[in-house]
Write a protein that binds this ligand. Sequence first.
Ligand code: NAP
Length: 303
Amino acid sequence: MIWHILGAGSLGTLWATRLARAGLPVRLILRDPARLAAYRTAGGLRLSEAGNTQCHALEAELPAGEMPIHRLLLACKAYDAEPAITELAPRLAADAELILLQNGLGSQQAVADLLPGRRCLFASSTEGAFRQGDFDVVFAGQGMTWLGDPKDPQPPAWLADLQLAGIPHQWSPDILMRLWRKLALNCAINPLTVLHDCRNGDLRNLASEVATLCDELQLLLRACGQNAAAEGLHEEVQRVITATAANYSSMHQDVARGRRTEIRYLLGYACSAARRQELQLPHLQELQQRLQSALQARGLPLD
Ligand code: NAP
């Protein structure tokens, strides 16, 4: 079974190179002819880990290729997921299975709605990677990827491929709980680091603002039926702030580099969910407005 991987960015490269190293067939799907030409000029994907760089000359193709797709890893940003799948849908076999690596919530459901009958696994990953150049990725942090299917608690047999490839993973029958929890942690930390232009650890000086946001996020999680994700949220936020004190959050890095953020699938998703539940969460709503003003001031998309 061929692993098709859409998106040869940070996580796409991390997955593609490890699967290929294990001898599994991998084909990359690149955006357009210009990207495919650039990939061919680069001669493959470069992955650096622990000071060692290797080049992997993997097969690559365009979305409009001929071959039917039975297994797809969707490794683009959340805002690119729906358009990418719309373009690829004609190639997805009736029994196609997908892994959706996107952060936040909202894009996974939108993709699944476009593909009735196909199994969509949602993923939540703590692995870290970044692009230091085109098709040139650094594996920056070991982690874990949780996978699950909100509609079916049974794991697929092909998780054995991930085992073979040495991709640390765990099956999670309640993947939505994990995604909600990660979203809440993100909402309590990342927007404030953008607004105050600071590292995660500097949020220790904003302890009462963080605590108020955590209270509102807990109300939201409980209203959405996510009681387990609400449990001990404030304590975990404090632990994350301490453990990652020297880091800039992913949203801070995106804004600093003038890149679009995934706000719509993080704080934006939380604020929309609150409205749907008719919950008044004034601090969260105000945080969204302040963040959008900051994005607007930098000429970045507001969603
Ligand atoms: P990334 O480095 O920006 O890579 C995304 C890739 O998707 C890019 O190479 C982009 O192509 C490609 N792409 C977008 N639309 C496409 C299309 N229609 N056809 C083909 N390729 C397309 O992003 P990432 O960091 O891997 O993040 C992917 C997701 O994982 C995000 O939701 C992120 O939040 C999440 N995540 C990332 C990390 C991490 O450490 N990086 C950790 C946990 C979770 P171009 O190169 O042509 O733009």
